[in-house]
Every structure is written in C-alpha cells, then in structure tokens.
Design a protein around this ligand. Sequence first.
Ligand code: SF4
Length: 417
Amino acid sequence: MPPLIFRKGLDLKHEVADVLAASYHSELVGHIKSDGYRYSAGRVTIHLAREFGFCYGVDRAVDYAYQARRRFPDRAVHLTGEIIHNPHVNNELRGQGIRFLSDSGASIDALGADDVVILPAFGITIEQLQQLEARGCTLVDTTCGSVLNVWKNVRRYAAESFTSVIHGKYRHEETQATASQARGTGGGGHFLVVLDRAEAGHVCDYIRHGGDPRAFLDMFRSAISPGFDPDVHLQRIGCANQTTMLSSESLEIGNMFRDAMRERYGEAALPDRFRAFDTICSATQDRQDAILALLGAADGPDDRDWRVQQQQYAESGQNLRQPAAHLPCRRTWLLPLGPPDCPPSCRPVGRGHRRGLAAGRPGLYRPDVRSLDAGQYRGAGDRPDRRARQLLTASCCEFPEQPPLRSCYRMCLQPLQ
Ligand code: SF4
C-alpha cells in the first residue's frame, strides 16, 4: 500500500498555535519591532534587523511538526534529522517525544507502517524517500516550496542533458537532496557542487583550457555525481544553488561560468550550453538585504560597533557574516551560541556602544533571555535599565555582578576582522 503523505499540514493549525507562540514568540522582540526596530537605554542602543526570526519555510516546518505530534499521540513520530538547524527547536521537539533517525542506533530499517516520519524543511534525498516509502511509513513532508523550486530546475537540467552546477555545501542536507534530484528521473543526470569562487574558478579554468581529468576528479571527488567526466559533463551546464548561500556570490559564480562557457564555445552557442536560474530563496535574500541595511544605518560611522548574531549551526547565519565583514564598521562581531560554560576565549565585547543585531534563518528564540549583549557603560547614568539588562543578559562577561545571570546561556564573542 502506498504511504500516506501529508504535504499541506494536518488540519490542526489552530490547536498548536498557542504552544508555538509560547515557545517561539517574544514580547520583547515585538516591542522593539513596533518601536522602529531599535531600543535605547542609557548609552546603549540596540538595533534589530528588519528581517528577524523564522523564515516562512521554517515557520511552516515547525508548525507541521507540532501538528504531527498532536495528530498522532499514540504513534512513534520521527525526524530524519534536525528539522532545521536550530538547537532550541530540535530540543523542543525531542521534549515532545519526537525521535531523531540521525541519533546513533536509530535506523530507517527499523521503521514500519505504524511510524510517522517528518521530513525537514530542506528536504531529503530521493534514496531516503524511497527507503521510507518502502517501509510504509506515514510521512509529513515539510520541504520548503523554495527548495522544491530548486529541485524543479535541476530536474529540468537533467532532462535536457545539462549538468547541474550547484553552489552550495556538499555535506549540507539541502545540497545533498538537490544533488539527488539533479540525477533526474532515470538517475543518469550529473551534478557538480562548488563551494565558493575559488572552486568555481578551478572549474572555469577546466572549461576554458581543459586539464588533467584525474586531478579534477580528485579535487571534487566528494562533490560530483557517479561517473562524472569533466571532459564530457562540463560541456552543457546549468547553475543552481543551495537556497541559503550568499546571493551575490551565487550570482558572481553564475557569471563566471557564463563567461567561461562563452570563451570556450562562443556567444552563439551559449543558449545551447548554459542555463542559469536564481534559486536563492526570497527569505534568505531579505535577510541579507536587512543586514546590509542594518550596517548601512548611519548613526555616526566613527563610533559604530556592530555585531552579527548567529545561531551555532545556521547556514544562512554564516553567510550573513560575509556582507557584515566588508562594511566600514569599526568592528563586526560574530556571536555564536556558546556552550553552557564560557570557553576561555569568551571576553567582553569592546568599547563601542551602538550595536546591530541580525539573525540567520532560524532566527533567535527567546531573545529576551539570551540574545543581546550589554554595551559598555560608565557610571550609574549610563547603566542600561532593567529591560535593556533583560535584553543583554546573555553576555555574562559584562554583568559579573549578577550571579543568577551568569548561569544563563552564555555566548562567546569572536571578532570577524
Ligand atoms: S531559508 Fe528559504 S528555502 Fe530554506 S526553509 Fe527558509 S524560506 Fe525555505
């Protein structure tokens, strides 16, 4: 019997709305947003990026996961891995008894028709899907529409005998899923994953001048389809990308390939040899734009001390640091979630007192507890008020006089430049 697949929720949206709001909404962030995305107290000014929090794909995936738990209270509910790369969300789901197939000892082979499996926002590979279908599991598919859009394009490339050149991280689940789709319906399509401009440059050199195929295969051995032959499979290429890559880099890489194909085969042959489609999702684009806007807000360019907040595992968060690193701020700070104990590198943030904050794809959760840091302050008149302190508690180093806060989630601070 074909598996039951839920792709549009489980009709329990209203039933889970309250628990979702309690877990992931913040009054404080709402307050800052309604107050022009800024909060001032004493000498501390906190700026919040205009795009902040869950993207639409993550919002939907988390919603469906909660609905699945509610719909199947007596059945084992599993995730293939992290539903999104946000430790808090994944821990909350574990707390509800949802199991992770990525945990040691867990296996798809042990599943049966009674098991419910939630597929993550970034999708799973065709092989994984086939395995789950073969086990007869009930599936709750939260794959984001923007990811499905990428898949549609790479499948079309495969159907037209174009190799998909994917700008992404080969080990990232979304890129692996996209690569599996690039094999096409019959499984004979090809792909090549490039991480950045440097890798794209190597491929472009090969397109222009040829080279040693063994050296090429050695260089990209974990990022190519089985049977990939650079002398054959770089003759017709189509570009795609992991949805959370830096859009400017993806566009530049696309242009690099277009130029290389033009030089190799001539302008007239380009339509038959090269395809490109912007597959950066709009949520990622909006967040990248918000970072640039945040960094460009002129309050006094000589006295800015901006920071970029990043969840520990957020792909898009990592990509958000790139625009931040190139803007003329006095300092830009990367702020990963740290382990419960401050590592030795943890230290106060520095001298500035205007701060910027932005979040990666999963956004911050409960930012009233653990999101922002205190600015430096001198004397009682400069002290942030209680609400600002509440905002800033995560940076325990700056409030050593508040012992209860020292046991809060702590963050280590690393300068980007
Ligand atoms: S980052 Fe984009 S593609 Fe990924 S889940 Fe969010 S909206 Fe969808």
